[in-house]
Design a protein around this ligand. Structure first.
Ligand code: LRH
Length: 491
């Protein structure tokens, strides 16, 4: 038949998905074959990913897709959240469970590394926003804590590369995932020598960086037995989930900002070349390398993590706290009653989120949100205001007058936030695929398979399959006074 099926494995910090993308008669249909949680496990004072269990879920999802679509299945691609990695010994054995990026182990490292190398040099070399969990600081922590697994390891694989290795038997270092490390230079698009030297790691340890789109080969014999076919090719995609998501824009509009909304709210746009100017450094924007060498100029805003963490607390206290109930209650709450800075440092780590939000409000003289609905509403209002705040900086640095915002990703299912974002920006919001990451993942596979020529070609091919939704700004909902009140809260 003319039907082709591509499998996208997409791991986010809240959930993982195995999606079968069915390409037939010029239409791409996404079918979710398996969804599972990706919880972190606290063990002996560290937060770990339970990586073997995630691997089992992935195999199960692929097997289900293979059973259903048989010989039409062409290939599989993997993307995950950024910055985290596994450590391997010479024989390829994983030496420890990967540590979660939110773990506190990097505590003093940002200061320490910056003092040694200089913040300016690190930014000029990498163009990446300083976040405590970037790989550079995780490695500094491994060195400073003299961790045995790290000392024994001969190879580091970023998480998408680790899964690709388990599926195909081939170790590789894919460029988009590598670019989240704050160790890669976005101008040369390869490892930064001064940073590697400072950390004391070699480029052999990190691997030669290769572009997404490479065919690694067929699945190993062991995987073939688990999924029921040996005829499945493993293809590197934009292994960084945000990189895959940005591929799936509903249309090309150079003057629209792009928001990839999920655990993180990632706001920026695509540039042809990196901007590592002092202005970009001062504002803390990242230059992440995307598919085809594109640059995503963006800022990470602490996104729906805030709500996910609140839900985790509420559920632990025996409340039901389902998404629909929370949304319903939040919609009924007084708008703009309590505001927070979503990026306040204490919100970045796990635990006690409702109390942390209340404490922030109390300290800043904001009315303290009491009910779950009020807390959720506070998060949504504050996120929309933060988008506007960051948008204004983005306009200044790039000299572009933005005309609207695309919202992609799982968080784009939240129509309350979509509308609030339009209100806060005073601009139209256009909502694209909620599984944008999987769509981008599949686009890279389609290019590798010869179905599309390049990124632009793939965008044209798949765009008609996902009809965008529009939100127009409601005048007067977000006033100048509210924006000023919000700005005063941002540290
Ligand atoms: C989103 C994301 C983001 C990174 C963070 C670690 O899932 O990949 O782009 O900064 O996780």
């Amino acid at each position: 038949s003319s039907r082709k099926v591509y499998i996208a494995v997409d791991l986010g910090a809240t959930s993982g998905r195995v999606i079968a993308a069915v390409w037939e008669d010029g239409k791409l249909e996404l079918v979710e074959k398996h969804r599972f949680e990706t919880p972190s496990v606290r063990l002996r004072g560290r937060w770990h990913w339970d990586f073997l269990s995630l691997y089992s879920e992935i195999l199960y999802g692929i097997k289900t897709a293979v059973e259903f679509y048989g010989a039409d299945v062409v290939s599989v691609g993997v993307d995950t959240w950024g910055v985290d990695y596994g450590l391997l010994d010479e024989s390829g054995e994983l030496l420890a469970n990967p540590v979660c990026y939110r773990d506190e182990r990097t505590g003093p490292m940002v200061k320490q590394v910056c003092e040694k190398l200089g913040k300016d040099l690190i930014y000029a070399e990498t163009g990446i926003q300083f976040m405590f969990f970037n790989t550079i600081f995780q490695i500094a922590a491994e060195v400073s804590q003299s961790r045995t697994a790290f000392k024994t390891a001969t190879r580091l694989l970023f998480l998408p590369d680790l899964i690709n290795f388990w599926l195909s038997g081939v170790q590789s270092t894919e460029r988009t995932a590598a670019s989240t490390s704050q160790m890669l230079n976005p101008h040369t698009k390869t490892w930064s020598e001064p940073i590697l030297a400072e950390l004391g790691v070699s480029s052999e340890f990190l691997g030669d960086v290769v572009d997404p789109g490479a065919k690694l080969g067929l699945v190993t014999q062991e995987v073939a037995e688990a999924i029921g076919t040996s005829d499945l090719s493993v293809v590197t995609v934009a292994g960084h989930d945000t990189g895959s998501a940005f591929m799936a824009l509903p249309e090309v509009q150079p003057n629209y900002g792009i928001l990839s909304s999920g655990t993180w709210s990632i706001l920026g746009f695509e540039l042809d070349a990196p901007n590592t100017s002092p202005e970009a450094a001062a504002a803390g924007f990242s230059n992440e390398v995307g598919y085809g060498g594109t640059i995503r100029f963006l800022k990470n805003i602490c996104g729906l993590w805030l709500l996910e963490e609140c839900r985790r607390s509420w559920i632990a206290q025996g409340e039901e706290a389902t998404y629909p109930t929370i949304m319903e209650e939040a919609a009924k709450c007084e708008p703009m009653r309590s505001l927070i800075d979503p990026d306040y440092s204490a919100f970045a780590t796990a635990g006690g989120m409702p109390e942390k939000i209340q404490a922030f409000c109390k300290e800043k003289g904001e009315p303290v949100p009491e009910t779950n609905g009020q807390i959720a509403r506070c998060i949504f209002d504050s996120l929309a205001l933060k988008y506007d705040f960051v948008f204004q900086i983005l306009e200044k640095i790039t000299g572009r007058q933005l005309e609207g915002l695309f919202i992609l990703g799982g968080g784009s299912r939240n129509d309350l936030v979509n509308q609030l974002a339009a209100d806060a920006l005073g601009l139209p919001v256009v909502v694209g695929a909620s599984e944008a990451t999987a769509v981008g993942n599949v686009m890279a596979q389609m290019i590798a398979d010869g179905e599309a020529e390049d990124l632009a070609g793939a965008r044209n091919l798949v765009a008609p399959s996902f009809s965008p939704r529009r939100f127009e700004p409601r005048p007067g909902v977000v006033t100048t006074e509210i924006k000023q009140r919000f700005s005063a809260l941002v540290s």
